[in-house]
Design a protein. Structure first.
Length: 459
């Protein structure tokens, strides 16, 4: 918050800011040496990862789940944030582009757009958690939850998140305007810069532009802008994320306990219990489709809360103690790192927790992954050899069990019985039944694999 909107004078505020800044300065200087490399890696990988997320979630198989609309919108916001952050820090002061009208326009758009897309990503995560809670609550109460588990509900929630973000960042959009200063001398630091001194001499001038606050901007506007950004775009979303994450975890535990009671207390037969256990294992370790989806959404919410909550707390502290803004400026790269981590981690979550996402990713980028064909052929060959070996063992077991029923000393009787048309026909029928059983088992394995992918439709 500006010094003219608080009771402190400029000298007192500067001294207090310097005191807080010195407390964190050693930690900030240690990290700042690595930040230039870390943010470049995170931004490049994060943009590519979010492009891959959008490409995969737009495939026909992934479009069945309305919640994927949230993930697409979040990926677009995240890649916009990281792309603009990367571009903004590539042009340093004294770079010839830095003094161009194009760059001041980009700086203004970055100052406005970065706040908007970052808050939109946060509110999209909040609305996704709220909508997921409503769907699970409707299912638990045996009510029709289709009104919430639909594209219409997801679209309304996305529009609502964008609207809240726009309203919250509107004061920040009004806070800046571009002022043209005319031709001004080149800053002295540019004349001694090792990288850019060759572009200028002592007589050089450049176009001067600056971002200033408009004439109508006063203390009430400053307070509205600050507390709107801090409360509406930081504190409230973090509180809602905490509440609904706890509710989702509670519902997940209740669903697990309810399934355990049904499977162990219903008095089912051993054959039915074995069949149910086999189906659960094939579909993902005994978890239902809704539970796997909820577990992944909980991790998304948790990662967002971990990265956004410290920034919300820091904003509130600066509002209550304006002198702490000096520490906030020193810790700016740390808060940037948290935002970049939150924007780039989603691809890892989707890939590790969704079999369907991994499969669709490999199908979408098959040309970029030539090793997939090799792995697929190797897997098919192992599966074929496994079925052949299993078939051979079953046939040997069948023959051995039939022979062991006869006395060992009755060799001639055994030969006579095997040559008998009735026994030969019976043995042939048993072998045919055993082969049909093997074929059914093979088909059952394939169906179980297909069920595993279908049960994991929700990313």
């Amino acid at each position: 918050m500006s010094s003219y909107c608080i009771s402190w004078n400029d000298s007192e505020l500067a001294a207090a800011r310097e005191q807080y800044a010195q407390f964190f300065l050693s930690y900030a200087q240690w990290y700042n040496g690595f930040h230039a490399y870390i943010y470049r890696v995170l931004c490049v990988i994060g943009v590519l990862a979010n492009i891959a997320i959008v490409a995969v979630l737009l495939r026909a198989t992934m479009r069945r789940n309305p919640f994927n609309l949230f993930l697409i919108a979040i990926a677009i916001c995240d890649m916009t944030l990281m792309g603009s952050y990367f571009a903004y820090y590539q042009v340093e002061m004294c770079n010839p582009w830095f003094f161009s009208y194009f760059w001041i326009i980009f700086t203004y758009l970055y100052a406005v757009l970065s706040v908007f897309v970052h808050s939109a990503s946060l509110w999209l995560t909040v609305n996704m958690a709220v909508l997921r809670f409503l769907v699970l609550r409707g299912s638990a109460r045996s009510n029709s939850s289709t009104q919430f588990n639909s594209y219409k509900a997801a679209a309304v929630a996305i529009v609502l998140a964008i609207g809240i973000s726009f309203i919250g960042s509107a004061p920040n959009m009004l806070r800046y305007e571009i002022k043209y200063l005319g031709r001004v001398p080149v800053p002295r630091r540019c004349l001694v810069s090792e990288q850019y001194s060759s572009y200028y001499d002592t007589e050089s001038t450049v176009e001067g532009y600056n971002l200033i606050q408009p004439q109508f901007w006063n203390c009430p506007w400053e307070r509205i802008s600050f507390w709107t950004l801090g409360i509406v775009l930081k504190v409230i979303p973090c509180v809602l994320l905490t509440v609904f994450m706890a509710l989702l975890v509670r519902m997940l535990i209740e669903a697990k306990n309810r399934r355990s009671r049904l499977s162990h207390g219903s008095g089912m037969s051993s054959g039915s219990a074995a069949l149910k256990s086999k189906n659960q294992n094939a579909s993902g370790g005994g978890k239902t489709q809704a539970e796997r989806t909820t577990a992944m959404l909980i991790l998304i919410v948790l990662c967002t809360m971990i990265t956004e909550l410290p920034q919300g707390i820091l904003g509130v502290v600066v509002g209550l103690e304006p002198a702490f803004s000096g520490a906030a400026q020193v810790l700016g790269n740390f808060t940037d790192l948290l935002s970049l981590l939150n924007s780039s981690v989603n691809f890892i979550l989707y890939s590790t927790m969704s079999n369907l996402f991994r499969r669709e990713f490999l199908n979408a980028f098959r040309e970029c992954c030539p090793w997939q064909k090799l792995c697929s052929n190797r897997k098919n060959s192992h599966r074929t050899l496994g079925h052949v070996g299993s078939k051979k063992e079953n046939i040997q077991h069948l023959t051995g069990s039939g022979m062991s029923a006869l006395p060992t000393q009755s060799t001639s009787l055994r030969t006579h019985l095997l040559r008998s048309p009735i026994v030969s026909a019976k043995t042939s029928n048993e072998k045919q039944e055993q082969q049909e059983l093997l074929i059914e088992e093979k088909n059952g394995t394939i169906v179980a694999e297909e069920d595993e992918g279908a049960a994991d439709e929700n990313v």
